[in-house]
Every structure is written in structure tokens, then in C-alpha cells.
Write a protein that binds this ligand. Structure first.
Ligand SMILES: Nc1ncnc2c1ncn2[C@@H]1O[C@H](COP(=O)(O)OP(=O)(O)OP(=O)(O)O)[C@@H](O)[C@H]1O
Length: 370
């Protein structure tokens, strides 16, 4: 993760309208203050005394004045499949490509819930004009609900003085150009990043080659996974994030991710064969791949807080390190003998007794129903 320190310039300007005069009166060089505001001098290199005086002028704490950078960085969601395959970018835009009923609004509600409670984010919903049934869940998890662009701008600008903002919006405002206008207005140097998650309540994005225009992250939902209740039904192969292309991920993460994608791609092919002809027709070597793929797919489901009524399981936050560890162990064969149902809707991988990885494992016979 790249972390840069930045001055919260919008906050400073709002609180100290005549900054140059105020800085001079407080004994600071106006040129220094101006260079700090434009980023010419990095905050990390400013004298502590300078920053302390600026905070005093703005009547805020140092923590409010200096924020952790807006350079692209991954934000963990605690949702295994997202963090592994298509991480969310802080200050970026993520778009969900899905049809109604696949759980996209459940996903947005869950993200709001997680970011608000676990990360202290402000959550704002730019309410879609046409209401779909799932919107009630999202409304329940939104801190603020806005209808018009002007209202969204005013709300987000005020909230981001002291918190990161997660903004949920519908694809319709991307198509109308309102989202682009909003983003331009929100682009102020040194202000806290606004992370945007777009849903498609009309379900038309599935038919488009470029569903949203430029995105930092795309979560494509999969009809087959949703039909089999493998939630969240995020397609592990077709979902992407620019953070992968920028090679900003740890090498170990990238390696595990690529291996997992390859396994799941093959698993899908084998699934079709098994469905048509049965497991018995698969050659021994393919059977192992099929079984591991099946286990990996099950492990990548996740109990959501907002979906406890459906899964009858408490929501789980899985740290990225635990996700990577679990995925790697499953690919190495550690769960070969575990009933696949035991791997569905869990958090981290806990196998009892914890077997040594390796394909030569004794199969376990214990069965647990979900
Ligand atoms: N993460 C999840 N965990 C468990 N069940 C889920 C999950 N996501 C969706 N579901 C199931 O799928 C159903 C469909 O969800 P819903 O109809 O709210 O879809 P949506 O795409 O979020 O919203 P909408 O249909 O309004 O666009 C839910 O009622 C629930 O049974």
C-alpha cells in the first residue's frame, strides 16, 4: 500500500479564508504555505512548527489537517473474493455489472455497513430514481441519502472534512453525465478521497462491452453462481482492478490470485463435463482439479452481516492475509478431504485437525450440513 501524507487544503481554505495574510501574521512565509498547498513541498518535509501553526489557524487538530494520501491504495473489504481478485481502490470507482436479483444491492449494503462500522467512513447513497426491491437494505445502511447532484456535492464536501467517504450511486447517473460532473467538482487537491461504488439497478450493463466507461475496479456478477447461491456471486475470472495492472499488489498476492483464477477457470470447464457425464467419467488427474476448484469456490463465498437472514450465519470479516492463506492451502490440497459444505459461508479457513498441505492427504469423512 502506498501512503502519502497530504494537507487537507479544502478544509484549510474554508476555515482560513485569507490564508496568505493569516499565515504572514502568524509568522509563516506565505511562499512556504502556498507551496505546501499546491503540493510543491510535501507535507512530510514541512517543519512541524509550520504545520502546527496552520492547524491552530484552522482551529483543527493535526490529524484533521494532515490526511493519509490519495495515491492509489487498496482498501480491504474483508470480503475474500473482492480482496483477492478485484480489490477496491481508495478514491477510485468500482462498478458492479449485474442483473437485478443477483445480489448487487446486498453487496452495496454490506460495503456500507463494513466501511461505516469497521473503517469509520461516511456512507452516502445517491438514491436511484427508479426504486428496486433491494434498495430498502441499502437505505437502512446509508448514513445520508441524497437525490440530486447538488445535494450529493454539498453532503460529500462537508463529510469529507474529517472522514473518507464511500458514495453509492446508480449507473443511470453515469449515463446522464451527472457523475462525471460531480467527480470534477469533487476533485480538489489534498482533500480526502471519495470512493465510489456503482450499481446497475436496471441490469443493462451486462449487455455492454464497456458498461461504465473508465473504472478502477469492475465486479462482474455471475448468473450461474447466483443461481447456485454461491454469494457474493462475483465472477472470479472476469472481475478486474487497475491495482493489479499497476503491479501495486504484493507479489505473493498476485501469484496466489493468478493460480486461483487458473484453477477456477478449469473448474468451470470440468463442472460442465461433470454435469453432463458425471464425476466418474473424469480422469483421475482432472478429478483432483475439479475437487479443489469446488472447494475453492465454496471457500470464496462469504457470510454478510446484512444477509444473516439468508445464510443463518453471522457476518465475517476476513483479513487479506487469512484469505491468501486459506486460498493457498486449498490449492495445495489441505482441504481435499474436507466436505465441501463445510467450506461454504465461513470466514477464514480453519481445518480441524489442521492437516499438512499436500496431495497425499488421507481424506476426511466428517460431514457437516450448512
Ligand atoms: N451476499 C449474499 N448472501 C446471501 N444471500 C444473498 C446474497 N446476495 C443475494 N442473496 C440472495 O439473493 C436474493 C436477491 O437479492 P436482491 O433481490 O436484493 O438482489 P439485488 O440485486 O441486491 O437487488 P435488486 O434485485 O433489487 O436489484 C436475496 O434475497 C438473497 O436471497
Amino acid at each position: 500500500m502506498i501512503d502519502e501524507l497530504q494537507l487537507n487544503v479544502p478544509l484549510l481554505r474554508r476555515r482560513v479564508p485569507n490564508l496568505t495574510a493569516a499565515a504572514r501574521a502568524a509568522g509563516l512565509r506565505p511562499a512556504t504555505v502556498s507551496n505546501l498547498c499546491t503540493g510543491k513541498i510535501p507535507v512530510g518535509r514541512a517543519e512541524v512548527r509550520t504545520v502546527a501553526i496552520l492547524a491552530a489557524l484552522a482551529g483543527c487538530t493535526l490529524d484533521e489537517l494532515i490526511i493519509r494520501g490519495s495515491a492509489a491504495s487498496v482498501i480491504e473489504t474483508g470480503i475474500k473474493t473482492l480482496d483477492l481478485f478485484a480489490p477496491l481502490v481508495r478514491g477510485g470507482t468500482a462498478g458492479i455489472v449485474a442483473r437485478p436479483g443477483m445480489g448487487q444491492l446486498v453487496m452495496l449494503s454490506e460495503l456500507f455497513r463494513r466501511f461505516r462500522r469497521e473503517r469509520g467512513y461516511a456512507t452516502v447513497l445517491w438514491r436511484p430514481r427508479d426504486d428496486s426491491p433491494g434498495i430498502e437494505d441499502v437505505l437502512a445502511e446509508s448514513e445520508t441519502v441524497c437525490l440530486a447532484q447538488e445535494e450529493v456535492y454539498a453532503t460529500v464536501s462537508a463529510l469529507r472534512d474529517d472522514r473518507d467517504v464511500l458514495l453509492g450511486a446508480d449507473r443511470s447517473v453515469v449515463l446522464s453525465g451527472e457523475m462525471m460532473a460531480l467527480r470534477e467538482r469533487l476533485q480538489e487537491a489534498g482533500s480526502r478521497p471519495v470512493t465510489i461504488v456503482l450499481v446497475d439497478t436496471r441490469g443493462e450493463s451486462m449487455d455492454e462491452d464497456v458498461p461504465y466507461g473508465p473504472l478502477d475496479t469492475m465486479w462482474r456478477f455471475d448468473a450461474d453462481m447466483s443461481a447456485r447461491t454461491m454469494y457474493p456471486a462475483v465472477d472470479p475470472v472476469a472481475s478486474t482492478s487497475t491495482i493489479l495492472e499497476g503491479a501495486q499488489l504484493e507479489a505473493a498476492h498476485l501469484a496466489i490470485q493468478q493460480r486461483a483464477r487458473k484453477l477456477l477457470r478449469r473448474y468451470r470447464e470440468l463442472r460442465s463435463l461433470v454435469q453432463a457425464r458425471g464425476e466418474a467419467k473424469l480422469p483421475e488427474a482432472e478429478l483432483a482439479t475439479y475437487r479443489r476448484g469446488e472447494r475453492l469456490e465454496a471457500f470464496l463465498t462469504q457470510p454478510f452481516h446484512v444477509a444473516e437472514a439468508y445464510t443463518k450465519r453471522p457476518g465475517e470479516w476476513t483479513a487479506l492475509a487469512d484469505t491468501l492463506d486459506g486460498v493457498r492451502r486449498i490449492m495445495d490440497g489441505a482441504a481435499d478431504g474436507t466436505d465441501v459444505r463445510r467450506l461454504k459461508y465461513i470466514g477464514r479457513l480453519e481445518l480441524e485437525p489442521d492437516p499438512e498441505p499436500g496431495p497425499e492427504l488421507e481424506p476426511e469423512t466428517k460431514e457437516v450440513t450448512l
